[in-house]
Design a protein around this ligand. Structure first.
Ligand code: SF4
Length: 343
């Protein structure tokens, strides 16, 4: 933690929100543009009031780092950069097929690795989700992990999902050989899209986070999926604006359409020790099914604060639970107005 660079710093000293700190914060915020970061150094006890104030004013506390006797609160001005239009809640359904992975990336937001507990979503539950999804208003299925291609039944999983709805499978692309490559051959090209992770135009950055040699192997996996006739989307997880620009230049050079590129910042969840700290209130929910229940968003599918309900079925009720939780989150955010009305 603590890697993000603030544009301005404020030291609280002995002040709090009732003894002058707010004026300094407001003055500092006036100097910032949307998305800029402010560091507030002060006692840990400032956190509650700061969080309320940030929510009320449309900003967000995105990182909290202990610093000896003090704490550094990183406050983002305005909303996080949005890479996509938010989809309607429940129009996309995420299915965590399993949580084990052949890689152990150092920023994996769900702590996947070869040693992770698989938490395999039973084929029977995947079938039920695919069966109920169209009537529940879902228009697209997204399979993720862990590495879905570690499942011996991945061909059946993909055929089941693609039989119900257009399906995207997120993969590191390293396992398209032998039986798994044969599994690709039987999938409908017009219903299955591969989203393959590639973090950088050259191996250095990708391999630093994902392991030596993985960039070359991912490129080979992308070539296999394309040779098999699938649409391939590239997904880059980057930690700063420079890496983002490099990747954007790369996809332009390669002639890859913008809709086939997913660019996102490292989220400070799971294994990540740095990145953008995200709370539920920062994210429009994307209904996410796991073996243990329904989560707010795939980025926090190992974290209790993102668990909405442990009941996955009936699917229509699971989606309704997420919508209700979102409505409550918004009501809470607007009710903060009364907390500060007299300040
Ligand atoms: S980021 Fe993806 S490829 Fe890396 S460990 Fe996590 S699930 Fe596996």
């Amino acid at each position: 933690m603590g890697s993000l660079r603030p544009r301005v710093a404020v030291r609280a000293g002995t002040r709090d929100f009732s003894t002058g700190l707010l004026n300094d914060l407001l003055a500092a915020f006036r100097e910032l543009g949307d998305g800029d970061l402010l560091a507030l150094h002060g006692p840990a006890g400032l956190g509650t009031d700061l969080d309320r104030w940030a929510r009320f004013t449309g900003n967000a506390v995105v990182e909290v780092t202990p610093e000896g006797e003090e704490t550094r609160f990183l406050v983002r001005k305005g909303a996080p950069r949005s890479y996509d239009e938010a989809p309607e809640i429940g129009s996309r359904l995420w299915l965590y097929t399993n949580f084990d992975c052949n890689l152990a990336c150092d920023y994996c937001c769900v702590r996947s690795s070869p040693r992770a507990e698989p938490r395999t979503l039973a084929l029977e539950d995947l079938r039920r989700a695919a069966d109920e999804a169209p009537a529940a208003g879902v228009r697209e299925l997204l399979l993720t992990g862990g590495e879905p291609f570690l499942r011996p039944d991945i061909a059946e999983v993909l055929l089941t999902c693609a039989g119900a709805l257009p399906t995207t499978v997120l993969t590191n692309g390293l396992l398209f050989a032998g039986k798994r490559r044969l599994a690709l051959a039987g999938l409908p090209r017009d219903r299955v899209v591969f989203q393959i992770s590639l973090d950088s135009p050259t191996p250095e950055l990708h391999d630093r986070h994902r392991g030596a040699g993985t960039w070359e192997k991912a490129r080979a996996g992308i070539a296999v999926a394309r040779a098999e006739g699938f649409r391939v989307r590239l997904a880059a997880t980057v930690s700063d604006a420079r890496a983002e620009e490099d990747f954007q230049a790369f996809i332009e050079r390669e002639g890859i359409p913008e809709e086939d590129c997913v660019l996102r910042r490292v989220a400070a969840r799971g294994f990540a020790e740095e990145g953008v700290a995200l709370s539920r209130s920062d994210l429009v929910p994307e209904v996410t099914l796991t073996r243990e229940g329904v989560y707010w968003h795939p980025v926090g599918a190992t974290d209790r604060d993102f668990l909405v309900t442990d009941r996955c079925f009936p699917l229509v009720e699971a989606i309704a639970s997420v919508r209700l939780a979102f409505a409550e989150e918004r009501r809470f955010a607007s009710s903060l107005a009364s907390v500060f009305r007299c300040a």
